[in-house]
Design a protein around this ligand. Structure first.
Ligand SMILES: NC(=O)c1ccc[n+]([C@@H]2O[C@H](COP(=O)([O-])OP(=O)(O)OC[C@H]3O[C@@H](n4cnc5c(N)ncnc54)[C@H](OP(=O)(O)O)[C@@H]3O)[C@@H](O)[C@H]2O)c1
Length: 290
């Protein structure tokens, strides 16, 4: 995406990712129209086409998803409507209008049986309704053969502005002496601010296709929680437990670290370690609280 572009960000007003993404695109000099369900119904085909034409959008970025992983087990139809039907609809609209489509997917498309980072070429086998519907969303886009598209698989998001795992942990840690957190699920914690920058970098590099976009490094949920609590200077002990000791409705991969080699080759640099990004985020929260 060379030069100044016009980008519609669906979910850009309230989303955990949508808000920093809107900011990052603007900082990079692009013109952005962030939308919310109140200003643009993403399922209203005519309205989305009209918005693309009125704004003369070069790209539409979809951050909307059904992200409640456990609740999705009980609401598979609603999860599929948002995670599969919507990206398919948007891909058709993009094909018709000539706009490009950026869409986000998840590490939960993998079964977690590997012990080394997953590449884009590794076989998928989602274990949850959330993972299955997100994979179906990827396929709905790919199947159309849309020329200008980016599908970015990300994971374990944290960042300012909206509740997330790290914020919840810090809230609990302030009122408890001990926290027990799952230590047998390993993944790629990722900053929404860094993911926004990675998205801008890929667009500016003119990249298309499927990419793994996460911070570098790896952690268990327990390690992520410990690092956040100690960075915030909260006096709370964080102890490891197993998934069996913390049963959850949706099955999660035991290992879902993502390999970002394809991203690095496309933009010319690797993502920074999650620990650096986490520290920036937590110091920001601590400063806000002072
Ligand atoms: N969060 C993670 O840890 C994580 C991990 C892996 C992948 N991802 C992927 O990353 C992307 C961004 O995730 P996120 O955490 O930023 O998502 P989010 O904040 O939970 O939701 C994004 C947006 O979706 C909108 N939305 C939800 N239901 C809607 C509906 N029925 N109609 C219209 N809008 C609706 C929300 O609007 P309202 O505020 O109005 O509800 C919000 O602006 C998603 O594709 C997600 O699957 C996230």
């Amino acid at each position: 995406m060379s030069g100044h572009k016009k980008v519609i960000v669906l979910g850009g007003v309230t989303g955990l990712l949508g808000v920093p993404l809107t900011q990052a695109l603007r900082q990079a000099g692009h013109e952005v129209l962030p939308t919310t369900r109140g200003t643009l119904d993403p399922f209203d085909r005519e309205a989305v086409v009209a918005a693309i034409r009125a704004f003369a959008a070069d790209w539409i970025v979809n951050t909307i998803a059904y992200t409640a992983v456990d609740k999705a087990e009980d609401e598979p139809d609603e999860a599929a409507r948002l995670n599969r039907v919507l990206p398919g609809n948007l891909a058709r609209i993009c094909q018709e209008t000539g706009a490009g489509l950026v869409h986000y997917s998840t590490d939960f498309v993998f079964d977690g049986k590997k012990t080394s980072p997953y590449a884009e070429t590794d076989p998928v086998d989602p274990q949850s309704v959330y993972g299955k519907t997100k994979l179906a969303g990827e396929r709905a886009i790919l199947e159309l053969g849309l020329e200008k598209h980016l599908i970015l698989r990300t994971a374990w998001l944290f960042g300012p502005g909206k509740t997330n795992f790290v914020e919840k942990i810090l809230g609990f840690a302030k009122t408890r002496d001990v926290l027990k957190v799952v230590h047998d699920q390993i993944g790629s914690p990722t900053s929404t601010v860094d993911l926004s920058g990675m998205t801008v970098d890929l667009l500016q590099a003119g990249a298309t296709g499927l990419f793994h976009t996460v911070n570098s490094g790896r952690a268990s949920w327990c390690e992520l929680a410990s690092e956040a609590v100690s960075t915030a200077g909260i006096n709370c002990e964080v102890l490891p437990i197993t998934s069996a000791e913390y049963p959850q409705k949706a099955k999660r991969p035991a290992y879902s670290v993502l390999d970002t080699g394809r991203f690095a080759a496309a933009v010319g640099h690797a993502p920074r370690p999650w620990i650096q990004a986490l520290r920036e985020y937590v110091y920001g929260l601590v400063d806000e609280g002072e």
